[in-house]
Design a protein around this ligand. Structure first.
Ligand SMILES: [Zn+2]
Length: 127
């Protein structure tokens, strides 16, 4: 479980082997949304069918929606900030976090759909 959280969700590694990168590196704003078509290590197809990442959109929407609603309520009730100012802070704060939640949603969707394979990990990562 910790391995999935660390390798797939936070480091954006392949859900099957936990070695290959999901996204093209090095990071730049031009390539921020580009993924590898296949895992560079184990060959897992990251686009198994058209519209595969439609579910990832819901994951990132649910996470960001709840997070920003909770942040707005915290600002309003704990920080005693005006409602309009709290919503403005949350919206402005959401802009730089968009890329992080986009990648998190895609990584989580892949982790839901593909299981970890110790054999693929041994074959790819222990070279
Ligand atoms: Zn892989």
């Amino acid at each position: 479980m910790f391995s999935i959280l660390w390798n797939v969700l936070l480091r954006h590694k392949c859900p099957r082997c936990h070695c290959g990168d999901l996204f093209i590196r090095p990071f730049s704003l031009k390539t921020a949304f580009q993924m590898h078509e296949r895992c560079p290590c184990c060959g897992l197809d990251f686009n198994p069918e058209p519209g595969f990442y439609f579910g990832a959109m819901f994951i990132s929407y649910i996470i960001t929606g709840w997070l920003f609603v909770l942040a707005a309520f915290a600002l309003i009730y704990l920080g005693h900030v005006d409602v309009n100012l709290a919503l403005g802070i949350v919206v402005v704060g959401a802009i730089p976090l968009y890329l992080f939640f986009f990648r998190l949603g895609r990584a989580a969707w892949l982790a839901i759909n593909f299981k970890y394979s110790p054999e693929a990990h041994e074959r790819c990562c222990k070279k």
